[in-house]
Design a protein around this ligand. Sequence first.
Ligand code: NBP
Length: 484
Amino acid sequence: QKAQIGVTGLAVMGRNLARNIARHGYVTAVHNRTDAKTKALISEFGDEGTFVPGYSAQEFVDSLESPRTIIIMVKAGGPTDAVIDELAPLLSEGDILVDGGNAHFLDTRRREAALREKGIHFAGVGVSGGEEGALLGPSIMPGGSEHAYAKLGPILADIAVSVDGTPCSTHVGPDGAGHFVKMVHNGIEYADMQLIAEAYDLLRHGLGRTPKQLAEVFTTWNSGDLESFLIEITARVLAKDDPTQEGVALVDVVLDEAEQKGTGRWTVQTALDLGTPVSGIAEAVFARALSGHAEQRKAAQPVLPGPDAGAEGSGGFVAEADAEQFIDDVRAALYASKVVAYAQGFDMIRAGSLEYGWGIDPGAMATIWRGGCIIRAKFLDRIKDAYAKNAELPSLLLDPYFADAVVQGQEAWRRVVVHSVNAGIPAPGFSSSLAYYDGLRRERSSAALVQGLRDLFGAHTYKRTDRDGSFHVEWSGDGSETQS
Ligand code: NBP
């Protein structure tokens, strides 16, 4: 019996994806560079569906019906190229090769172009949701040609999670579009987690609440606008005691240096190239980087004191009488900042789509992120609705619902940022999103002065508010204005 689809790369993600596909009734060919993982999959889970093991690339390729569909699920970068180089000579025109790993979208564009010349359809597909999602239903962001999607789409829709009967998988666009959107998804995830961490820090050290008390606060928040997977698991992590010591919170023994695998950094690097201000994501990436500079942090502690904020009510700690108000302010600031981070992420998707001609539908992205992925949240329904009402929305912040959310939250947001500054508790995500809000809404920006400076030192010229054209002042001459 020939297999309908194949998966190569059977580490945690590939194995679970293959099991998910087989559980949905597809005859699934499986292959891994080293045979042990293939054998383990067959012996442990072989009865979950029909698997066809291949112990060489040739055997794997031969076991598939034509035209073939193969999903590669290996480490991104060199390993993906190695697998493509091994498989491509064994494939025929019309075969579909899928990369389900976390590839950089520019690598996907390069691979797609090279394989297209050989008549092979290469589809870069973003898969979110980690190990559990891969098995039980991920959110899937497929890129690639319409032709590839016609064959692949129904399979992906089957294995993806569904929300309100809609599968969390839709054709994102050609070549690198799927991996681009997956990258921005991860960038938003960075921003979301940073904002949650800032809220925790302010309530923990600004208000003196214990992790257990805060677990309750986050649980309450999870039933309102903030309802999301990340808020839910924040409560779980905060409620957890150190499994090796009684009465000590786990969060107090975890080393405070955040790691990153790179998709957040890619998002910011790409945003810089596109000229899209994703300040919320950038602050999150930099906050992780700062946390990792342990030597500098240790050296700074005795040298750089914070504000004199010892006593309750002195500006450092919030007075107990104001505690409830403060907790609610932090909730509002978190929500407003989160709205900004998502607005920036969706701006970036639009910018990437324009730059590469992908034709991405932003509302469809919000729809497929409602389940399966790390940023799944009730709030994404609102984003989906916003784009359904106006597909050309210039910024998510201008949709009436989101405009109202940030406008209503702004007083609380400002109080929290002021408090963080006075207390010496860093809240770069909260404050930069507030700065973005103010930068966006103001009629005149300080960039007028920047343009003046550029004209003085570099004759870079400026435009005027009252006349068309480019202008320059003869700064070292008679001070008159010339038009170029
Ligand atoms: P890893 O990223 O740890 O990769 C391990 C797999 O790559 C193994 O199957 C390994 O084969 C294979 N491999 C390597 Br390494 N070098 C190879 C080469 N030169 N030729 C052939 N195969 C090679 O696995 P993972 O954590 O399951 O992730 C798979 C992909 O999914 C990655 O791109 C990852 O970024 C992405 N992803 C992961 C998650 C997650 O939560 N883990 C979530 C979403 C996406 P071997 O067994 O022979 O060493």
